[in-house]
Write a protein that binds this ligand. Sequence first.
Ligand code: G3H
Ligand code: 13P
Ligand code: ZN
Length: 309
Amino acid sequence: MKKFEKNLKYYLEKALKNKFALGAFNFCNLESFQAILNACKSTKSPAILAVSESALKYMEEDFLIPLFNAGKKQYPAIFLHLDHGKSFEICKKAVDMGFDSVMIDGSFLPFEENVKLTKKVVDYAHKKDVLVEGEIGQLKGIEDDISSDKNVYTSPNQAFEFATKTGVDMLAVAIGTSHGINKYTKNPILRLDILSQIEKLLPNFPIVLHGASTVNQDLVKTYNKFGGKIKKALGVDENLLIEAIKKHNVAKINTDTDIRLSFSSQIRKYLFENKEEIDPRKYIGEGRKEAQQIITEKIVKILNSNQKK
Ligand code: G3H
Ligand code: 13P
Ligand code: ZN
């Protein structure tokens, strides 16, 4: 008999049942990986470690897999995920490399083409016990006025049809979040009403929110104080994220910007204050420390995934 293993599916089901969300934290180097791993270890939290296509290229697969496996050996409740795979080929590659899950992001395609591409990835990945995340609806960039375009948000009926036709394990939806450091031109909003409608059609189904960084304003101030020039920075309201997790089946929350900002603000500060220091371990180490702190806070205050390993 196959030994019971706490795999990603186990934790997604546990998250839905216990009203917490798995953090999907992006990393692109040793130190961001360690910051996430150490935050998870210290809080006893399961988590998804996400690699974008460009991060995969940057780190190189020959280095990535041994790095991830070293972390997994120390702390098994972490799962390797491909973030925003844009083609069948890149998803296949990640599946073959041993990722736990892949995202096929066909949200830029017409509905039926998105269904077709996503289903193709699901058929391949499921044969190898790899989970698949699809996306329906589009997250707008910071230039777009999200409140004025009704097509931006996910349609609940399309979400149902998409999930049913493709067989995805997780579904990313657009309800007002967006990628990057400045997410809103006006007030931060999240269309929780859309989540309510989706959960009626898809009960107990893991919903994913991308673009969920909260953008700590103190870190923005630090960044600018030490030579940075970020003009506008506004993240998602953490109370709305908490509500989405507690009441609306959000089981995976993606964060990249907050990790980048914590790293970069402290590196700027350190280099500004230590003008003769050339040792990268000193300044990158400061970035790693801050990133670990920010991830730890997120796990405890927003995701509620601490003590769930
Ligand atoms: O959602 C996208 C992530 O922030 C990854 O961005 O392609 O610059 O690594 P990247
Ligand atoms: P943020 O830019 O809000 O951190 O979102 C990251 C993300 O969605 C990665 O897939
Ligand atoms: Zn994303």
